[in-house]
Design a protein around this ligand. Structure first.
Ligand code: SAH
Length: 215
């Protein structure tokens, strides 16, 4: 796939748009400018790839809106070399944005079809993202603990296993809520294992699936 001047130009406009909506972290904005979103959208529909909108990626799932990707990434305060667990790989776009920031990314996808398709795509990207097929509610105990955990689907509750897999001072970002809207939460695991919770407004995500999706 090609990343032409036209793609890069459209990406610049999109970043300007996201900046206007309130994302201020320069490293995060730079990461969104670096990762070609059209690689993650089937048939690379230019006009869709570079609008600030979610888009269907098959299996009833969507690639998140770029603003939401930027917003969640900003809440994570990522530093180079951090170990990050993403729940809900989907297209792999968010995982590549995290990797572009210099993080070691581990990402879990529940639906086999999406997992296989995205694994192939990730092999072609210049990032080291480790992708796993599994239930995100359980996290990745073998690879824990993580500095940061990001959930990119609507969670009806905070998965306990994920809190366990977070390092002291680690941060979990989660859209919480089982209804139509979710509340974006940033949960910090304090050194005494108490949780500090901050709220960042309403968002809308596809649900985290409680059991195996249809393959
Ligand atoms: N981060 C993605 C968008 C995520 S959409 C991107 O950048 O494109 C939410 C994803 O979570 C979907 O792909 C869905 O299949 C997956 N998902 C839903 N329930 C899950 C679970 N229990 N464990 C892991 N992944 C899950």
């Amino acid at each position: 796939m090609l990343d032409t001047f036209r793609h890069k130009g459209l990406r610049k406009q999109l970043i300007a748009d996201i900046r206007k909506k309130g994302v201020i972290s320069e490293p995060v904005l730079a990461a969104l400018e670096n990762v070609p979103r059209h690689f993650f959208i089937e048939s690379s529909f230019l006009e869709f790839a570079y609008q600030d909108k979610p888009f269907p990626i098959g299996s009833g799932q969507t690639i998140s809106q770029p603003f939401t990707v930027a917003f969640q990434t900003e809440l994570l305060s990522i530093e180079r070399g951090m170990r990050i667990l993403e729940i809900g790989t989907g297209s792999g776009y968010q995982a590549c944005v995290l990797a572009d920031l210099g993080a070691k990314v581990f990402t879990v996808e529940r639906q086999r079809k999406l997992f296989s398709k995205t694994r192939e795509l990730l092999l072609k990207m210049p990032y080291k993202v480790q992708i796993f097929l599994g239930d995100g509610y359980k996290g990745l105990p073998t690879y824990a603990p993580f500095d940061r955990i990001l959930i990119t689907a609507a969670a009806p509750e905070i998965p306990k296993d994920l809190i366990t897999q977070l390092k002291p001072n680690g941060i979990l970002v989660i859209p919480l809520g089982g209804g139509d809207d979710q509340e974006m939460l940033r949960i910090t695991k304090l050194p005494d294992s108490q949780l500090k919770t901050e709220k960042f407004g309403a968002f809308r995500f596809v649900p985290l699936l409680p059991d195996l999706g249809n393959d």
